[in-house]
Write a protein that binds this ligand. Structure first.
Ligand SMILES: C[S@@+](CC[C@H](N)C(=O)[O-])C[C@H]1O[C@@H](n2cnc3c(N)ncnc32)[C@H](O)[C@@H]1O
Length: 205
């Protein structure tokens, strides 16, 4: 297995990383373009080192803290890691004893990196659908981590996320269990962790 590369310390490298990730959030960027960038980033082979060693990225650890807060003891639950990337979440879950974990990601290169870790049961090469409830059993949980300011600055979220959440609540399909802000989601940007519990799934009726 190819060794993960170390994070270079030169300024040019950091400039490139910052530019790539800034570009990813460019208003109007197409899905194709952002996917090409994720593929490219995975191929660079430094994603994990950047996230883990640099401490400039904490979303994967925040997801784990959320899961452990709901499942401190049980390890038999099935988990779908949406946007699994290189598999940082899956790796941590496996180390904690969770063995029934699948990865879903539309980037073939990201998924290839995740596969190398050997911690997922299934690797699903796909975009996530707009129906978060569909694959979750009643009583199961949905864990979301995002850059907090995205709710305001991204057109995909602004004016859309809150009505979507409220509609599912009003339809009795999920309830908000916890909401917390945390620092350094990515570089100096705060993160937002949301935990929902699925209360009704038409699939089960
Ligand atoms: C910043 S990475 C995060 C990877 C991993 N969760 C982590 O914490 O390191 C975002 C990942 O989400 C994936 N992604 C982007 N749009 C997606 C979508 N609509 N459905 C599922 N995954 C998506 C990207 O391909 C990329 O691998």
């Amino acid at each position: 297995m190819e060794d993960e590369k170390q994070v270079p310390t030169d300024v040019a490298y950091w400039h490139d990383i910052y530019r790539v990730t800034d570009d990813l959030l460019r208003p109007g960027i197409s899905v194709d373009e952002s996917q090409r960038m994720y593929d490219q980033w995975a191929k660079m082979g430094t994603y994990d080192a950047l996230a883990v060693e640099s401490k400039y990225y904490t979303a994967h650890d925040q997801i784990i803290l959320g899961i452990l807060s709901m499942y401190p003891v049980r390890r038999d639950i099935r988990i779908l890691d949406v946007g699994a990337g290189t598999g940082l979440v899956g790796e941590r879950l496996r180390n904690l004893g969770f063995e029934r974990v699948d990865a879903l990601d539309p980037s073939a290169e990201m998924l290839r990196s995740a596969a190398k870790k050997g911690v997922y049961e299934r690797l699903i090469h796909s975009f996530f659908t707009n129906d978060p409830i569909k694959d979750v059993d009643e009583g199961g949980h949905i864990f979301v981590c995002m850059r907090a300011e995205n709710l305001e600055i991204c057109s995909e979220y602004n004016g859309r996320w809150q009505p979507f959440v409220t509609r599912l609540q009003q339809e009795g399909k999920w309830r908000l269990v916890s909401e917390c802000k945390y620092p350094q989601h990515y570089f100096h940007f705060d993160g937002l962790r949301l935990i929902y519990q699925v209360t009704k799934n038409e699939r089960n009726i």
